[in-house]
Design a protein around this ligand. Structure first.
Ligand SMILES: Nc1ncnc2c1ncn2[C@@H]1O[C@H](COP(=O)(O)O)[C@@H](OP(=O)(O)O)[C@H]1O
Ligand SMILES: [Mg+2]
Length: 272
């Protein structure tokens, strides 16, 4: 089962690398920004990349329901089962529009309400992160195949007692988030767009990522998979489990805190 999740993360990575061709074509050639019903911005990159991802996922995991950002915005409501896929074709759309490179392509598998495999790919930065049983990261160009030679194990660092580094949203940070980070011993803050924040914790460049502003399940599933594979965790601010498949609340996440390795945590993690 665990090996299967590593293999799945790899197929998600290949799908992200393929979808990145569409994303970067739009990014490099200029684009029109339109507003969705919820007034969030969208470009042709989101819809074109999502089409590529959905077609590929239907071959890799036929019959598994997919909750994807643009299809959801268009009104599609899949019947969520114990296993389902989450897709965010361009997370960090504001960063995409601002052309700072901090946007990602995200695919995750949820099983029993927790992420078990995921891939986060930042095509402009050419960085890829995989989470299955193990975490991996490396450099990869849009349109390329995943190359083992460029991948290295991903390990979150043990949270230091002092001088912790917090990473927060570049476009949606607020005072409550900053106050919480301070209360958790953060001595420095970094800002980043998209699910890259989970990846910064996963690679030991930050210790915590508090999020009190709204996010959707497809924004967090893949980054969450990467982080737990690297030995970190995601919980509610009170330590409660952070679960997926929240149909009754329209797949809107509550507040959460992503953390690196806890001082007492064993080297390997246990999944539900
Ligand atoms: N008011 C709101 N309601 C729901 N989600 C919101 C939101 N404001 C921001 N987000 C989510 O936050 C994501 C961006 O996070 P960040 O600020 O960390 O980059 C957005 O992803 P998209 O860019 O895919 O739309 C969006 O889903
Ligand atoms: Mg998103």
């Amino acid at each position: 089962m665990s090996l299967e999740h590593d293999a799945l993360a790899r197929s998600f990575a290949d799908i992200c690398l393929k979808a990145a061709i569409e994303v970067m074509d739009v990014y490099d050639s200029g684009f029109v920004v339109t507003s969705k019903d919820d007034r969030s911005p969208v470009t042709a990159a989101d819809t074109r990349a999502e089409a590529v991802i959905l077609e590929a996922l239907a071959k890799v995991m036929p019959g598994v329901p997919v909750l994807a950002e643009e299809s959801f915005s268009a009104g599609f409501r899949p019947d969520i089962e114990r296993e389902f896929l989450l897709v965010d074709p361009v997370d960090g759309t504001k960063e995409f529009i601002n052309r700072n490179g901090e946007f990602t392509i995200n695919i995750a598998l949820i099983s029993g309400r927790v992420p078990v495999a995921g891939c986060v790919y930042a095509p402009a930065l050419k960085r890829i992160y995989l989470g299955g049983r193990a975490g991996l990261s490396g450099d990869a160009a849009p349109g390329s195949r995943l190359d083992d030679a460029t991948l290295a194990p991903l390990k979150a660092r043990v949270m230091p007692e002092t001088e912790r580094v917090a990473v927060m949203s570049r476009s949606h940070a607020d005072e409550r988030t900053r106050a919480f980070a301070l209360s958790q011993g953060a001595a420095a803050a970094v800002n980043a767009g998209s699910s890259l924040k989970f990846c910064l914790v996963a690679e030991g460049k930050a210790d915590l990522y508090p999020r009190f502003g709204p996010t959707m399940e497809w924004d967090t599933g893949a980054g969450h998979a990467v982080l737990i594979a690297a030995g970190g965790s995601v919980t509610g601010p009170d330590g409660s489990p952070f679960l997926y498949g929240k149909t009754e609340q329209g797949y809107l996440n509550g507040c959460f805190v992503a953390r690196g390795r806890l001082p007492s945590a064993p080297d390997s993690h246990v999944r539900l």
